[in-house]
Design a protein around this ligand. Structure first.
Ligand SMILES: [Zn+2]
Ligand SMILES: [Zn+2]
Length: 158
């Protein structure tokens, strides 16, 4: 979460006010515990603790990644050895490239969809409408409807 300068300033003011009054800086309602800035209840769940944990986790992940690179094993699964020039194994690379391909396909599909709905010129749209009206008029003829479908198909596939 992003905090603004104003929020940070307010938080600091609140922090020092509560601290100087020996009130828990987290809940702001209970008396601070011993020499801590938190009450007994909040002490265990303090932001400082959370931040330390997060920092520790981050460092651990970084260390694990570096260790795996140094050992020449995949940074993702930590099991498979990697070929020179790579940081992940073949399976993990395939997995990520598959995910990328899926993202790419989804994007392409979206582009196609917008092309069909918005990418037509006025003339194409008019032709389409004319063909649709003609097909509606001659409902008796199934063949014509098939033709209309085919025409549409040609219009969309470029
Ligand atoms: Zn508290
Ligand atoms: Zn792997």
């Amino acid at each position: 979460m992003k905090t603004t300068e104003e929020q940070r300033k307010n938080a600091m003011l609140r922090y020092y006010y509560l601290k100087s009054h020996h009130i828990c800086v987290k809940c702001g309602c209970r008396e601070a515990f011993n020499n801590f800035v938190f009450c007994e209840v909040c002490k265990e769940y303090s932001d400082v603790q959370n931040e330390l944990n997060a920092e520790k986790r981050h460092q651990q992940a970084k260390a694990r990644r570096e260790k795996r690179i140094a050992e020449g094993i995949c940074i993702h699964c930590g099991k498979e050895p990697v070929e020179t020039g790579f940081k992940s194994c073949k399976q993990c690379r395939e997995k990520t490239s598959k995910q990328r391909l899926m993202l790419y396909r989804r994007k392409k599909h979206e582009v196609n969809k917008s092309y069909i709905s918005e990418g037509l010129t006025d003339a194409q749209r008019a032709n389409l409408e004319k063909a649709r009206m003609a097909a509606l008029k001659s409902e008796k003829s199934k063949a014509q409807r098939e033709k209309f479908k085919k025409q549409n198909h040609l219009l969309f596939v470029k």
